[in-house]
Design a protein around this ligand. Sequence first.
Ligand SMILES: *Cc1c(COP(=O)(O)O)cnc(C)c1O
Length: 233
Amino acid sequence: MTEAGNKDESFSDRLKNVEARIHAACKRAGRARDDVNLVAVSKGHGPERIREAANAGIIFLGESKVQEARAKIPESPGHLRWHLVGHLQTNKVKFAVHLFEAIHSVDSLKLLNAVNQGAEVAGVTMQLFLEVNVSGEVSKFGLTPEQVPELLEASTRLMHVDLVGLMTIPPFTEDPEKARPHFQRLRALRDQWRADTGIPLDELSMGMSHDLEVAIEEGATWVRVGTDLFGTR
Ligand SMILES: *Cc1c(COP(=O)(O)O)cnc(C)c1O
């Protein structure tokens, strides 16, 4: 399924392949292709590869580290829209609010408040996803489901962030089917929190190179794809 090993393939060949997979998954799930946004995760790849991605029609780029993004974004085409998908330390928020339009990885109340404050100073509104650790795996960032209601509550009083949805990273397994219960759980939690709070939480950021089909079948509105677009890091 993944063609990451093939170094001769161009970005646009890889994109065609990923697009075909997204289309097929949308079709199986009875969803419109437009319901699913693709973030091309460019971590580990330089400005030249990012230009290839832009030339192939990619709009949303993802980075996992602020430091790396600070070096690359100024060298990249100006129309690209950048999403932070990796863990953010509060001391980097002041940079992140200028670099990114969205953060997929908000994992504490402290960070939520810091981003709101940073966004106010920068004069922007940040789109935020709460990262939820639905599997209970210890080594991961992310909020436990029990921690989430407090952040939902707080977000209603924060004027410089727009809490658009939830994100999760399931434990890695060879078999993408094993990720399905985690994606189902995130969606069920979303439905419950939406009913409890009235916050729409329309966006579900879930699915990466190897499990994007399963994620789309379970309701993903953002898939974050690195390896299968850019090749191995
Ligand atoms: C690296 C990364 C991705 C992309 O992963 P691939 O398996 O290379 O597609 C997606 N989301 C996050 C949070 C990442 O750090």
